[in-house]
Ligand binder design. Sequence first.
Ligand code: ATP
Ligand code: MG
Ligand code: ZN
Length: 462
Amino acid sequence: MAQKTKVKTLYVCSQCGYESPKWLGKCPECESWNTMTEESRVTVSGSAGRSISAPPAALPSEVRSLEAVSADESVRYKTGMRELDRVLGGGIVPGAAILVCGDPGIGKSTILLQMCGTIQRDLRILYVCGEESMRQVKLRANRLGVDGGNILMTASTDAEQLHETILQNKPDLVIVDSIQTLSIRSISSSCGSVTQVRECTQLLMNVCKSSEIPLFVVGHVNKDGGIAGPKVLEHMVDTVLYFEGDRNLSYRILRSIKNRFGSTNEIGVFQMEEGGLHEVENPSEMLLAGRPLDVSGTCITCLMEGTRPLLVEVQALVAKTSFGNPRRISTGFDYNRAALLIAVLEKRAGYFMGNLDVFLNIAGGMRIDEPVADLAVVLALVSNLVDRPIHSKLLALGEVGLTGEVRSASHVAQRVGEAYRLGFDTFVLPRSNLRHIDQSQFPQATFYGVSNISEAFRAIQK
Ligand SMILES: Nc1ncnc2c1ncn2[C@@H]1O[C@H](COP(=O)(O)OP(=O)(O)OP(=O)(O)O)[C@@H](O)[C@H]1O
Ligand SMILES: [Mg+2]
Ligand SMILES: [Zn+2]
């Protein structure tokens, strides 16, 4: 059959991968502006008229009954880092495609290279360093104390070449740092473009899935924290890990946004040090280290990150407004939620802040999105307003409603247990939760069950 090559110009949204034959100012799919970029696509009609990542021929596919498919859950490779294993859902599943993304310099390459250090004892690893030279990777490996002959490296950025390399070398694990540096020569758009990123990922995933090789792919994020290039990447892979943290602070949090093989609530906490990332076994202790004692305007609450309780400090500062409009500034806590709690305080408890600036901060750069922290926010605000410190071993839990009621929280026993372990002895909890607590387990503790915020204020004055 005669082959005809056709070049088609089309416009692709760099955010979501939406394709359109003509340029558009606004993407109809994800509604972002100015994201349509021009790409040309070469199609070959005739016998070879297939996309690059499609299977070679139309042979009948293998059919198997669900029963006959083996699914041995026990086969998970341990990464040697418990925090990472936890986030992955207990280890790496053979054949899984895992996308690791995060801000520049957050430590994506570091965590993967450190993982190689342990894994290479049992598995052969192919490390694709498109981003850095092999020398740079070697220098980092030296700094992290990673060595071993089981780590194969390649600096190739040609996805088809890598496809062949994987088929030939048959590694047990592939790491690509980063997907934005790979390209397929027959696709004319530049590397990092939606089409390239998608096709390269697909190509590598095909070969890795068929040989049950786990594939780690590093992806960059753009200014607003989305995965640069296509959102489609998120749909393609099995697991999306997000590495985040404040660049000025040394700790980093690894979250899974999507996981086909585990829970997405789990987090891993690491600390960045000279010798690489260290696991933090006791994040609560770390977050509370160096907190001020006997100062008004701080209160401790407990969040649940997956199955793990995490103590955090809520700080509030209420100061006289020097300009006309009082300011409300909230860091790490939802702004509207803060405004709501301030209004509840005024209306239901008579604490007026109409001519006062209010600043809220969650210490350590943490972000709170659980309503269970409401009570701590309210207590911290009032503590600072009346300038009376809250007992430093007090933990407050509970959601505050519009009538000033304190509503029940989930996982109370676990949260209280964590705080008790760290020496907390006074607990202000929703009254409805109190009966779920076996108080004999906490012999040194005092419990206050409160049903509204006024009762909570009386409790902290005792
Ligand atoms: N000599 C060093 N001592 C201590 N920390 C270092 C040292 N060199 C690098 N780091 C830390 O490692 C971080 C860089 O980590 P890494 O290269 O893994 O990040 P990345 O997420 O892969 O970045 P990129 O997106 O640029 O590839 C730096 O931000 C720094 O905190
Ligand atoms: Mg890197
Ligand atoms: Zn779009």
